[in-house]
Design a protein around this ligand. Structure first.
Ligand code: UD1
Length: 429
């Protein structure tokens, strides 16, 4: 597996193009299963997860093509992808596929809605907690599906089609909201989803579904009302910018010091995170191109943060914030409320010299004068990128092993950071 080598200590200066959001791209690609027409997605990021989902959807019979690059296309601009699910060749998603990417479980709702049956492997364990799918299954049952578990598979059937219903989630779940929302677009009658996730990626999917002919009210709120239609049609949709990538690079600049323009970033997608950075002493301003992040001179102030569903501070930025706070002048408190066990980065950050104490779901981070380079191991997507941030500030050489995780969610990270002066390179396996 590839490794990343970083020599820390350089300030970041320049501009970084923000890619299309991974967490919107995946469900948008899955939405193509809902129509026999072509769905065209623009600004699709180049990520391992996108490639893997392409293979999974290909298995179900979705034809995919990436349009050639136009001359004059800006560096960092994503691909245009055409997806066509004229016929769904296979309503089964096997364990080998779903176990490699949890989000592929979300094909359940669309395949069930379109084909009236679906057999999808349970996703299985995951490094950041148990991550059950009970909310997905309860929701589909409320839409009239008969849901059985057989040999590690979810077998969902609705021989006469799904029927609109009332789904009141006991917990906010991004994935369950995507799944039920997509299924409800083709159900008979009205579906009301209460306590829906308000993450911007859910809004992006709902907007795309509307372009495809779905009738959805309440986009961006926690109550989504869907009037089912007989069929959906093709559409063209541009994926919104990645708020997690934006926040990650903002934290990298905050950690190393510097002045970077995050090109194409949308500050309204990550206000809670930007507010935390401002509290820590980072200068953030909106420009007509995106977001400018500046930190010069004085040290960082410690913070007190809990992860929350949107619009709160995102769990997907928790690890990166912890790397940053490892250098603050004082003691920070970071509580993780979304996923248990999402602290695998802690022991790796400690290897780099961070002072972090864990108490249940809370990390207490006491800032140190500086970190020191070391060999570390990437464990999951967000944890890995927190090690990159730490490595950028650490004295000497940091080698990050198992870079595969980074490639799942961050496009050309070494190029983007390298262009701003970071000494970072990929060491091929
Ligand atoms: C999505 C994101 C992930 C992010 C997470 C929370 C994608 C591809 N992934 O993951 O990056 O960290 O949202 O913002 O968009 N839960 C249940 N039962 C269920 C479903 C979820 O108890 O049926 C729990 C989970 O264990 C977790 C919480 O609900 O504690 C939130 O999970 P969820 O929002 O579903 O996360 P994902 O959609 O998997």
């Amino acid at each position: 597996m590839d490794r990343i080598r970083i020599i820390g200590g350089e300030r970041l200066e320049g501009s970084i193009p923000v890619s299309g959001a991974k967490n919107a791209t995946l469900p948008l690609m899955i939405a193509s299963l809902l129509t026999s027409d072509t769905l065209t997605l623009k600004n699709v990021p180049h990520l391992a997860d996108v490639n893997l989902l392409s293979r999974i959807l290909g298995n179900h019979g979705v034809d995919m093509a990436i349009a050639g690059k136009r001359s004059g296309q800006r560096q960092g601009e994503g691909d245009t992808m055409h997806l066509n699910a004229r016929t769904i060749a296979d309503t089964t998603a096997p364990y080998e596929m779903v176990s490699r990417m949890r989000a592929s479980f979300w094909v359940l709702g669309p395949i069930l809605a379109r084909c009236r049956e679906a057999r999808i492997s349970l996703p299985g364990g995951c490094a950041i907690g148990t991550r059950p799918v009970d909310l997905h299954l309860e929701g589909l049952a409320k839409l009239g599906a008969q849901v059985d578990l057989e040999d590690g598979y979810v077998l969902a059937r609705a021989p006469k089609g799904l029927i609109g219903g009332r789904v009141d989630f006991s917990k906010v779940s991004v994935g369950a909201t995507h799944n039920i929302l997509m299924a409800a677009t083709l159900a008979k009658g009205e579906t009301v989803i209460e306590n829906a996730a308000r993450e911007p990626e859910v809004g992006d999917v709902a907007t795309c579904l509307t372009k495809m002919g779905a009738k959805i009210d309440g986009i961006g709120t926690s109550t989504l009302t869907i009037q089912g239609v007989d069929e959906l049609e093709g559409a063209v949709h541009t994926v919104l910018p990645d708020r997690i990538e934006t926040g990650t690079y903002a934290m990298a600049v905050a950690a190393t010091g510097g002045d970077v323009l995050l090109d194409n970033a949308r500050p309204d997608l990550l206000e809670a995170a930007l507010e935390v950075l401002r509290q820590a002493g980072v200068e953030i301003s909106e420009t007509n191109r995106g977001l400018r992040v500046v930190r010069d001179g004085p040290g960082l102030a410690p913070i007190d943060v809990e992860t929350e569903p949107f619009p709160g501070f995102p769990t997907d930025l928790q690890a990166q914030l912890m790397a940053l706070m490892a250098l603050a002048g004082g003691r920070s408190r970071i509580r993780e409320t979304i996923f248990e066990n999402r602290f695998m980065h802690v022991q790796e950050l400690v290897r780099l010299g961070a002072d972090i104490a864990l108490e249940g779901d809370t990390a207490f981070v006491t800032g140190v004068q500086g970190l020191r380079g070391a060999q570390v191991m990437a464990t999951d997507l967000r944890a890995s990128v927190s090690l990159v941030i730490a490595g950028l500030t650490a004295q000497g050489e940091t080698i990050i092993n198992r870079v595969y995780h980074l490639d799942r969610g961050f496009e050309r990270i070494e190029e983007k950071l390298g262009a701003c002066g970071a000494r970072i390179e990929r060491l091929a396996a």
